[in-house]
Design a protein around this ligand. Sequence first.
Ligand code: M6R
Length: 364
Amino acid sequence: DKAGHRHFMSKEIAEQPTVISEAIANYVSEEARSIRLPGEGIDFRALNRLTMVACGTAYYACVTAKYWFEQLAGMPVEVDIASEFRYRQPPVTEGTAALFVSQSGETADTLAALRYCAGKADRILSVVNVAESSIARESDLALPIHAGAEIGVASTKAFTCQLTVLLLLALKAAHARGRLDDDALAERLLTLRGLPAALNQAMSIESSVETVAQRIANANDVLFLGRGMMFPLALEGALKLKEISYIHAEAYASGELKHGPIALIDEKMPVVVMAPSDALFDKTVSNMQEVMARDGKIILITDQAGAAAAGDGVWQTILMPDVNPMLAPILYAVPAQMLAYHAAVARGTDVDQPRNLAKSVTVE
Ligand code: M6R
């Protein structure tokens, strides 16, 4: 049932405020002062390293979470693609928790990576949507994301729910490791509680994203740029666009522009810059100037302050509500999803069942 939407993907994008509020309610205590985990939970004081492994969009959720675990909890984190990790024979040292993220819980490479870690890692954790899945069953602790069934092959609400649960886990780790005291944790949880409302507000950008999407629908290539936590979001935006619109898209960390991809820039190249006005924004502005000096077309996804600071020359701006920097990656997933969706609709592709792709990749 598409609930009045033309595609499951659009329904699933629209569901995000609701499912995320459910995910938060499942982990955060009534008075928003503590985080409850199922079963025995995790003792983050006993761990000195986190290894996160996944595929596709779930992998980008892990790359985003690395920033949270490092910045909030001061925890060393490794992130890897399951198909690489499983054959590389990486050493799993004492004090390591291995964390596997998967919507389906059945992805062959992720499951094989989990089995490689079993008996080596101190704890096997998973963040899954399907609670009865193989990955959930074979974990010491499975954390459900409560996204509900996701039908569209392009993952949307599962991604933002994965991010929400990973952020909660990073906050839990920060508290356990003495980086956040009780009051500081409560303050962060209160901020997190505001996320569904911010997502609701972000839904109103849809018509402006649609206009931009129609303008890039005939492009052959699109470049996505982001810094800090917006880098994995750029990766996710590029994956979404190529999956469903078949437009070739690539993502780079903004700082890598000079190291190669700038050679691609010309008047035909749309460059999507994902950049809330944070501490790194000035650096992003200089990257944009480098693109504009070569006639590249900038699509800037930012907030009011960012739009003002960006100055003239930006081709299209998608204006986002202001958001706490900790929550920005979750909120900025929305325009990335909408851009891909509307570009695909404009090109007339099969949005929910893109060619050559399966919802769950159970063979390597
Ligand atoms: O079920 P999983 O989360 O393990 O699936 C991983 C990837 O196959 C999946 O995220 C894929 O990249 C999506 N089609 C992305 O939209």
